[in-house]
Design a protein around this ligand. Structure first.
Ligand code: PBG
Length: 340
């Protein structure tokens, strides 16, 4: 646990030499505060239609979309590496996208079929489903659009139904990423009324309107749908820190079990403040653009891949994150297994 307290007398040179603790591997390990373990990771995965398929995502080298059968295999391996949970994202075929995103409510849609299959084949793995309409809308927005504006309260009704459909398919945790006002309370009530009291709510509480989501939108195919549109009327302004605390406070009051900050590395101050202030399970999402940047630089030979991956993840832990959504989850778990 981090603390902002200094010892009463911090000492001074030459009696005090902080380099003494840093001299040996054994002493560095002994005083290390933050630690990483595969148990800290949530692995976000993309799913596509079809059988026995893996489709590379060009803007995220090394990341693929899996057909359901291939995903079960990959998730079983992640489980063996000690990763506790996966977050599922569907790439919906364009012909199933509509302005109202109705496919989100189909109990036999790609995501629901995937949840059922994973729970059958890898029951010990936690399964987290996103709630937002962007994989299903022809305009790529997370909610319903009226006169060019993403409307809040009408969207809430659809999100509640989406959440219930996914929870009925068997997911363990619902993660609303849409940033509508009041959605945590509305979804909690809808789940409870459907007898789904045990389903966890992980709120993307402080989600910023970030340019770092670009590659993700390629992966789920919402980029071309969104076109030149953006999400600034509902996702947070990157200029704001205090507002993140208000978002978290509201979501906690509305019944969020866990909260998330997103993106990750440019928002470590927010992770730190949220954890300090609320002390509840706090997650951070190392998003697609962060993944792509590190991978691209490593591919050029400009960064040491293994070291930057582990350092970036450790930094989240130091800032106070209890868990990290990262596309590096499997890779990092392997590094940790091999020993640093
Ligand atoms: C959709 C959603 C997004 C991400 C997770 N859920 C994209 C967006 O808001 O446009 C981004 C994840 C990433 O970039 O890795 N609501």
């Amino acid at each position: 646990m981090s603390t902002d307290q200094l010892p009463p007398d911090p000492g001074h040179f030459p009696q005090t030499r902080l380099r003494r603790s840093r001299r040996w591997d054994w002493s560095r390990r002994l005083v290390a505060q933050a630690r990483l373990s595969p148990s800290d990771f949530i692995w976000p995965v993309f799913i596509c239609e079809g059988q026995n398929r893996t489709e590379p995502v060009p803007s995220m080298p090394g990341v693929v979309r899996y057909s359901v059968d291939r995903l079960a295999e990959a998730v079983a391996e992640a489980s063996e590496l000690g990763i506790p949970a996966v977050a599922l994202f569907p790439a919906t075929p364009p012909e199933k996208k509509t302005p109202g995103g109705e496919e989100a409510l189909n109990p036999d849609n790609l995501i629901c079929r995937t949840v059922r299959e994973l729970k059958r084949q890898v029951p010990q793995m936690g399964v987290i489903c996103d709630v937002a309409l962007d994989p299903y809308t022809s305009h790529g927005q997370d909610g319903l659009v009226r006169d060019g504006y993403v409307v809040n309260d009408e969207t809430l009704d659809v999100l509640c139904r989406q959440a219930v459909v996914q929870a009925q398919a068997g997911c363990d945790c619902i993660a609303p990423s849409d940033m509508m006002d009041g959605r945590i309370g509305a979804i909690r009530r809808a789940l409870d009324e459907a007898g789904l009291q045990h389903v966890l709510l992980l709120s993307y509480a402080a989600k910023y309107a970030s340019a770092f989501y670009g590659p993700f939108r390629d992966a789920v195919g919402s980029k071309s749908a969104l076109g030149s549109g953006d999400k600034r009327t509902y996702q947070m302004d990157p200029a704001n820190g205090d507002e993140a605390l208000r978002e978290v406070a509201l979501d906690v009051a509305e019944g969020a079990d866990w909260v998330m900050v997103k993106p990750g590395m440019p928002y470590l101050d927010i992770v730190y403040r949220v954890k300090q202030r609320f002390g509840l399970p706090t997650f951070v999402y190392q998003v697609s653009g962060e993944y792509a940047s590190l991978v691209a630089a490593a591919e050029q030979g400009w960064l040491d891949r293994r070291r930057v991956v582990l350092e970036s993840l450790l930094a989240f832990r130091r800032a106070g994150a209890d868990g990290i959504l990262t596309y590096f989850a499997v890779e990092a778990a392997r590094y940790l297994q091999q020993g640093e």
